[in-house]
Design a protein. Sequence first.
Length: 121
Amino acid sequence: MFRPALKIDENLPSEVLRLLRDAEHDTASVKEQALGGASDEILARVCRHERRALVTLDVGFADIRKYPPAQYAGIVVLRLARQDRRSVALALQRALGRCAGEELEGQLCIVTDSRIRRRAR
């Protein structure tokens, strides 16, 4: 099964990092890499350089004019009514279950409480 390399934004709970690593995803975190507080532009540049898909709650990354999906290894934006640890972890588990094996390269995935929307290159 295909598992893209992921970068977990600092706005996600630490349980998300554990969940992904337990599922054997190649996962790095903004916090671990001392990128906390970095601008979105810097974070996007680092993700592009590392060829990692970004997983974030920051809806600014859903702006395809500023962050064209074709330029990234993938962007996953969680847009949830509740952003507590449990809700975020469950939404991400659901998204990973539905998208297992699918290519994230060049994709913007917006995960809501009820669906996953994908925007391709």
